[in-house]
Design a protein around this ligand. Structure first.
Ligand code: CP
Length: 320
């Protein structure tokens, strides 16, 4: 594996899951693989889980880790080519990338959607420059349109808790006070479409996800109908993806609190597990009682971020 940005980079998903469970049983078994190797983690945006779990994964594999918060202490980076750099940005990404790459063997990048241009975001303008100009294996730690380390951890968690061979998994939009990117729901759909689950996506009209990620999944605008018989509820907010309403890309179209997942919503399901990638706004996305219930998987899925990252970094190391 030369880079990791989506489900297809993993190849056979059952094989990847088997590797995840093998690593979970003995997470230091590949410690020799990363000896004298350095993993650089570059954050353009804040993080708790990704920052900690990816460092832990790199150390499981015996690597040294360097963490760079681009906006705290580094030179402010220009990302557009052709700009006259007479403003507050002192360094261009086109120099910074090969310089950073010269100090490491693997590079993780977190760079969220900027909502300035749908084309730039959906073409993964920042992440792809790292892939193109670093000459090193690059993995996404949440880019503009995908968060594959999260989705892989979510799939591991579903595999661990499923009660039927092919569970019904519902991805539901929920309200939020700020405009959030589509990276998590996109990658969740990307992974679930390749897994042995029955995926249903529910959201208010205007929030249609990009067809590249929805593929054959059922889209149901009636949240109650979507929840009926569900085994897993995966809640997430996202701003308008600009599919059916291009002019509204990145905007908040609704704050309808009737979409907040509470105990009444969960009563429509097949005693479903509740999932969310975290961080979560309580009583906007999910009620206190649902997130605190024994059926809430938010902590196990966060813990599985270490496992998904260990599998991915191990495979990237093996490609060197
Ligand atoms: N779920 C997730 O990626 O969390 P952080 O943003 O805290 O890394």
């Amino acid at each position: 594996m030369k880079s990791f940005t989506n489900v297809f980079d993993l190849g056979d998903l059952n094989q990847a899951l088997a590797e995840a469970f093998e690593i979970k049983k003995s997470r230091y078994q590949y410690e020799a693989l990363g000896h004298h190797k350095t993993c650089l983690l570059i954050f353009f945006n804040n993080s708790l889980r990704t920052r900690l779990s990816t460092q832990k994964a790199a150390r499981n594999l015996g690597m040294d880790v360097i963490v760079l918060d681009v906006n705290q202490g580094a030179w402010k980076l220009e990302t557009e080519r052709g700009v006259i750099m007479d403003g507050d940005k002192s360094e261009h990404l086109l120099e910074a990338i090969p310089v950073m790459a010269s100090y490491c063997d693997l590079i993780g990048v977190r760079s969220f959607a900027r909502f300035e241009s749908r084309d730039d975001d959906y073409n993964e303008k920042i992440l792809n420059q790292f892939i193109q100009y670093s000459g090193k294996p690059v993995f996404s730690m949440e880019a503009a349109t995908g968060h594959p380390l999260q989705a892989f951890a979510d799939l591991i968690t579903i595999e661990e808790h499923k009660r039927t061979e092919r569970p019904k998994v519902v991805l539901t939009w929920a309200p939020h006070p700020r405009a959030l990117p589509q990276a998590v729901p996109n990658s969740f759909a990307d992974f679930m479409n390749e897994a042995n689950v029955d995926l249903v996506i529910t959201h208010p009209e205007g929030y249609e996800l990009d067809p590249k990620f929805v593929r054959g999944a059922r889209v149901e605008y009636d949240q109650k109908r979507a929840f009926e018989g569900a085994d897993f509820i995966y809640a997430k907010n996202w701003a308008c993806p600009g599919v059916t309403r291009p002019e509204a890309y990145g905007q908040i179209l609704s704050k309808d609190m009737s979409w907040t997942v509470d105990s009444e919503h969960m009563s429509w399901t097949n005693n479903a597990f509740f999932m969310h990638c975290l961080p979560v706004r309580r009583n906007m996305i999910v009620s206190d009682d649902v997130i605190e219930a024994p059926t809430s998987l938010v902590i196990p899925e966060a813990a599985n971020r270490e496992i998904s990252a260990t599998v991915v970094l191990k495979r990237l190391l093996q490609s060197l």
